[in-house]
Structure formats: C-alpha cells, structure tokens
Design a binder for this molecule. Structure first.
Ligand code: NAP
Length: 265
C-alpha cells in the first residue's frame, strides 16, 4: 500500500517490513535516528512502549499514550497516532454513519490501538462508550480519565454514558442491548484458530461490528456477526485510512488513496 503510494507520487523511497522484538525496540529506534529514514509505522506490540522512547509526541499520540507513526527530522523522532482518525474514516466508509451518533463498545480498550480508538470516540463525544479489557484495571483507569467528556446528558434512558465493564458474558449481554457498534481492538483473530472475543449468541442484527484485525480470512468474530445477522467489516479500511494519514505526516502531502486501496485488494 505504501509502496504503491510512493510510486504514484514518484518518491524515490521504499517501505519495508522489519521484525523487531519487544526487547529490541530501543536499539531499533536508535538505529533509525542514524540511518536515512523518513519515518516508520509501529504495530503490535510496540505502540505503547515506543511512546516513552520518542523525542516529541503530538496530541494524537499523547492522548492515546501510544504511537503508530514516527517521522524523523534532524535525527529526532516525532510521534503521532493515526489509528483514531483512521478508525473514524473507516466507520464512515464501511457503515455510512458517524461515530458521534453511535453507542460504542471497545474490546481491548487498554491496548495501543484500543486506547487511540477510545480517545477518538471521547473526542467525537459519541452517544455512549463501553470499555472492555482483559486486564480490567486498564479500562477502568481510562474510563476515569475520560469522564469529563461524558458529563453531559445526551442519551435517553438510564444507561450510563461511559462505563468500564468486566469481560464476562452476563455483563456484556447487559451492555450490548444499549450498544450499536462493537470494535475488536485485541489481536484475537490474527491467528486463524483464535476464538471470537464476543460469542455469536450475544450479537444481534442491529449491531455493527468492526474487527481491527485484517487478513485474508474471516475471523471468528466476523463469522459470529454474520451468524447473528449483524453488519460487519474487517480492519482493511482502517488500515488504508491510518496508512494514508501516516503518508501525509511523512511527506506533507495528501496520500494517493486510490492506488493505495488497489494495492490492498
Ligand atoms: P497491543 O497494544 O498489544 O494491545 C493488545 C490489547 O489486546 C490489550 O488490550 C490486551 O489486553 C488485549 N489482548 C491481547 N491478547 C489478548 C487475548 N489473548 N485475549 C484477550 N485480550 C487480549 O496491540 P495493538 O497494537 O493495539 O493491536 C491490536 C490489534 O489491532 C492487532 O490485531 C493489530 O493488528 C490490530 N490493528 C489494526 C489496525 C488497522 O488499521 N486495521 C491498526 C492498528 C492495530 P491486556 O491489556 O489485558 O494485555
């Protein structure tokens, strides 16, 4: 996708993949400073760890406490996070709705991507936000931090506008009656044998399901959504939009979205 964009813009550079282990991130970022890199993307599991290792973070990265895009200038690392805005654009293009009008549940809210999406939902002032995370304390701390965004009454009915709930069937069932959009921001689904983060019997036809996982095969969550008659999308659209935003950060220009989309298909 990025190489297609570079070709379309006639930029003489290449986008390449490096496998960096968690314990190698610090030295990898040091190498980047000294080599002729324009920038990098970071993905699972580096986004949160990288935040502490950059020279400067913009607002998107500071809010999420996570970085997915680094731009290099004069051997300094400038961090941004395009996952939140990429998510917004993906929801608009996949479901023709705006996040601000939705009641959203984010599973994996405590991870690098989950935090960025959660912040974006708060900034958009979505109708309702429900945070779920394997380590519940992280979701609870995030909900505490975001409380001021949800102080005003917007939604009709008794459900609280912002909640962190445990990852248990009864708690999820109770919440899902008052949720429109379910987002999987965990890596569950990257492996074909992974279970769905939400059981099919908890899903209903009114739900919209976005699985951030992108890959050639349907994840268990997407199969569960199909079984329940819910509309769903995988992470490809979000991948496209967060990548286009990264390109704009590196090159100070609009990304050529059509060749990028074509390269992804
Ligand atoms: P991360 O920072 O490592 O976060 C992982 C999150 O998932 C944490 O909340 C973690 O919970 C939870 N988790 C991990 N393993 C789990 C398991 N076995 N069961 C339940 N929860 C589990 O990862 P990330 O960088 O946010 O990436 C998450 C996923 O989003 C990846 O699949 C990545 O490919 C995808 N993604 C897609 C796009 C896109 O454009 N489509 C963009 C970004 C990321 P704890 O807090 O308890 O550890």
């Amino acid at each position: 996708m990025q190489n297609a964009a570079l070709r379309a813009c006639e930029i003489d550079a290449q986008y390449t993949r490096f496998h960096i282990r968690a314990n190698e991130l610090r030295s990898a970022l040091r190498f980047l400073r000294n080599l002729d890199f324009v920038g990098v993307n970071l993905t699972v599991p580096h986004k949160i760890a990288a935040f502490a290792q950059i020279d400067q973070a913009d607002e998107s990265a500071s809010q999420a406490g996570a970085v997915n895009t680094i731009r290099l200038r004069d051997k300094k690392l400038f961090g941004s996070n395009t996952d939140g805005e990429g998510f917004l654009r993906a929801i608009r293009s996949e479901f023709s709705v705006d996040v601000r009008d939705l009641r959203v549940m984010i599973i994996g809210a405590g991870g690098g991507t989950g935090r960025a999406i959660t912040w974006q939902c708060a900034l958009e002032n979505c109708e309702r936000l429900v945070l779920v995370n394997r380590t519940h304390e992280k979701a609870a701390a995030l909900a505490e931090q975001l409380q001021p965004f949800f102080a005003g009454p917007r939604v009709l009915g008794p459900a609280a506008r912002l909640e962190a709930v445990g990852w248990e069937e009864a708690a999820l069932r109770a919440q899902l009656a008052d949720v429109d959009l379910i987002v999987n921001a965990t890596p569950l689904g990257m492996n074909p044998s992974d279970p769905s983060p939400i059981l099919a019997r908890l899903l209903a036809p009114h739900h919209l399901v976005l699985d951030c996982v992108y890959g050639p095969s349907k994840t268990a969550l997407l199969r569960a959504a199909e079984q329940a008659g819910a509309r769903s999308a995988n992470g490809l659209s979000m991948l496209l939009h967060q990548g286009a935003l990264s390109f704009s950060i590196w090159f100070d220009r609009e990304a050529p979205i059509d060749p990028m989309r074509k390269a992804l298909l």
